[in-house]
Every structure is written in structure tokens, then in C-alpha cells.
Design a protein around this ligand. Sequence first.
Ligand code: CP
Ligand code: NVA
Length: 303
Amino acid sequence: MAVRHFLSLSDLSKQELNTLIQRAIELKKLQEQDQCPLLFKNKVLAMVFEKSSTRTRVSFETAMAQCGGSAIFLSQNDTQLGRGEPVGDMARVLSRMVDCIMVRTYAHETIEIFSEYSKVPVINALTDFCHPCQLLADVQTYVEQRGSIQGKRVVWIGDGNNMCHSYIKAAHLFDFELVISTPVDYKPQAELMKKFAANITFISDPEQAVVNADLISTDVWASMGQEAEQKERMQVFKPYQVTNDLLSLAKPDAIFMHCLPAHRGEEVTNEVIEGNQSVVWQQAGNRLHSQKALLEFLMLNKK
Ligand code: CP
Ligand code: NVA
């Protein structure tokens, strides 16, 4: 059977994704009762990081440990990748030793090459193009808080970045309505907008965009790798800060998400992130459970 990778949400079918979310909720309940099954006994996950991480590293490592397996953290400073070993060579070597490989890198092409050469499943733990693992946690969180996300109005505010791209794919796969509100020069990739146009509306004005929202989600204004643009971006993105005033224009029971790390006072105010509509801590915690379900699906061919 051909090895399955998770480079983007669309590597799984709609049905597989919905089953995975339900399994994540189930695994979370088992963990809370101290009954986590030893799904990954003797399995090893390699974690290749070319960018920083807190949540992704800890959630994958903990997922493997709690389910009886182990994980190896590989930063580019400590591997031969950092000294120029080709990605395809690393993939062929690692995949002869471990059961699954998680990669966080810059160019999306790097992870595509990695997966071409890998004999074991490769998971995208963030590229400049998308961040599918985060969307698994976001959808799980929505389902836990409010029930099915199907048909809901989700508003993405801020930068048309990697997170926004994954929200676009999620809108199609989980069948929700996505309103994208970014400055006109920071829209998401035009090709994606066109492909998934049926689920997307672009409203540059944030106050108009959030009307009737069930979920508002945002992210930093300068992503990893864009540090040089930070100052310029702060000016352009100012009107896109999620404040209590903006939130008050959404549905009264709307919830607020942020993939974190957050920059309080920039894309979100302290009041909003600490407020009672914010579910960011549940969302971050769910990285653990949704990734357990993902690892199980990929490593154990669980359908
Ligand atoms: N949200 C997220 O992926 O966080 P880290 O960068 O800390 O892994
Ligand atoms: N857009 C952010 C997400 C961090 C989890 C970045 O790429 O830095």
C-alpha cells in the first residue's frame, strides 16, 4: 500500500478528516482518564525543525511518549542538513530508521521533496505555505465548543499567510464559509482563492468582515522568516487588530482563536486573548490530541 503523507489538509478526504477529529476528541477523553492506549509502542518519530517551535515540538513529542513511543528532535544546527546534506538524502536515511517524520521548514517544496524520498509518512509541521496540523486542532476545538463547524461563518483576520492558506483548504474540506479580511496587498495566494472560491468571501474592511461571525481567527502580522518586514507590517496591519469592539460586531456567542505565539497589542489585545470568548488555550492543548489521531492514522494505517 502506498505510504500516506500529510503535507496539506487535502491529503486526507473529507470523511477521513472528520473521523480523525472525532478520534482526537476520543483520545483526549481517554488521556483525561489516564487511559491513553499504547498505540505507538516501539515506534519512533523524527522531528526535523528548521524553524523555532514550542507547541509543535512539545505536542508531537508528548503524543509519542504518552502512547508508548518516542521522538527524536533534530534541529538544523545539529544535523547535516544545516551543513548542506541534500533533503532527499536525509529523507532516505531517516525513513530507513524511524516510523514517521515530521518536518517544519521554509519552502513548501522542501517538504515535497522530503516526502518523495521518504518510505514512511511525512507530516508538515508548518511551511511558509501552510500549517495543516494547526487546523486539525482548530476544528477539534470548534467542534468541542460549539458542535459541527459545517455551514458556520469563520472570519480570518490579518495576514494572508500560511495559516490563512490552511483555513482556505479547511473551508472546503469541512464545508464552512470563510471570510478573509486582509490588507489588499497581503491577500492569500490568488490560485488558492480561485480554486476554493465557492467557500470564500474577501472583505478587506475588518468591521464589515466580522459581522455574523461564529469564529474569528488571527495570527501574527510577521511570520517566521519575515522579521525584516516587521516594522512596515505593523503600520499596514494596524486596522486589523482584534479588539473587544471588533469582537462585539460578531455573533454574541462567537469564539476567538489564535494559533499562538501571540503578540498582544499587535494582532490582538490582551483583553480579547484573556477574555471569555477566547479559546486559545484549549486550541493549543488540542494540538496534542489531534496529532495523536493523525499519527495513528498515518503510522498504523487507521481509517
Ligand atoms: N502554533 C504553533 O505551531 O506553535 P509553535 O510555533 O510554538 O509550534
Ligand atoms: N504564521 C506563523 C505561524 C506560527 C505558528 C509563522 O509562520 O510564523
